[in-house]
Design a binder for this molecule. Sequence first.
Ligand code: PEP
Length: 254
Amino acid sequence: MDKERKLLIAGNWKMNKTVAEALDFVQDLRREATGIKEVDIVVCPPFTALDEVSKAILDTNIRLGAQNMSEHQGGAYTGEISAGMLKEFSVRFVILGHSERRQYQKETDALIAKKALAAHAASLKPIICIGESLAEREAGITEKVLDRQLNGSLAGLTKEQMQESVVAYEPVWAIGTGKTATSQQAEEAQAFVRRTVAAIFDDTVARRLRILYGGSVKPSNARELMSQSDVDGALVGGASLEIRSFIDIIKNSI
Ligand code: PEP
């Protein structure tokens, strides 16, 4: 697939897999992904498996991501994990503002912006998640919601930091529901995201930015979604837990 931007496919394991299960998975992934150069492959295990997975993917084409981090550098924040701590395990990416965290942990755009700045300060690339709910789509306010989330979550980033960030468009109604956005819906929303980033930053930043689609991506819909001009990869939940479906998504996207 001929794209200016390199595809990025990230697996978000959420609160799944013991260390032993994670190691089984990455051993298979190492074998299956050998030689794939067209896609940046990222796995995002739970914190507890980062250390072992990090060692298991050393010297491979697989990169490590975390699912969250604190906006603080350190101190009295019980239960939190800082960007610096993630760096100890060679983490390169961190998912921020996933809709589950926005919903269950009440994360706001302002908090996500602070986390994104903290990630960049530690040279981690944030994967900043945005997306409308079903009610918002049905009310015809998808673009308004995306505009608000982008302006809020990207606040304070420099152009250089924005270019090194990744945005994941994940319509909430498509996450874990089996309901995928049509490729046309994904393209429309993601083209809007790129236009909005161009308006906030500039055209060059927007052109270089990778925008992922997330929401029930599976091997059977990956090719069609990835063929859209503003879809530069995928953030995959459920289908990233099984080696066969994750690798087939990657292979079908090339
Ligand atoms: C996600 O949680 O980021 C996600 C896209 O999940 P799923 O692929 O299971 O819809």
